[in-house]
Design a protein. Structure first.
Length: 90
């Protein structure tokens, strides 16, 4: 499973209160944990609100920070060359 899919899976299980500021200002370029090449984390992740069917859009970088804020460890950042080689138990 790709890191983006894992982050989206966990984000689907976090609910926000409407009006929550989810811009943590996280950098969207992060180094691969294997080789150090830059990985783009600007892809949008959707997080549901507590009430209703609306969803908040945020970058994967901010979604990773949100997961940390609620106690969920996000998967390691891996470039396309190394993604799928890691074992992640989240």
């Amino acid at each position: 499973m790709k890191h983006l899919e894992i982050v989206q899976y966990h984000a689907d299980h976090v609910a926000l209160i409407a009006g929550t500021d989810v811009d943590f200002g996280m950098p969207v370029g992060v180094a691969c944990e294997e080789c150090g090449s830059m990985v783009d984390l600007s892809t949008e992740i959707n997080v549901p609100f507590v009430v209703g069917l609306e969803r908040e859009h945020m970058t994967e970088a901010n979604a990773r920070q949100l997961l940390l804020e609620v106690g969920i460890v996000p998967p390691p950042v891996m470039c396309s060359r190394h993604e799928g080689t890691e074992v992640f138990h989240g």
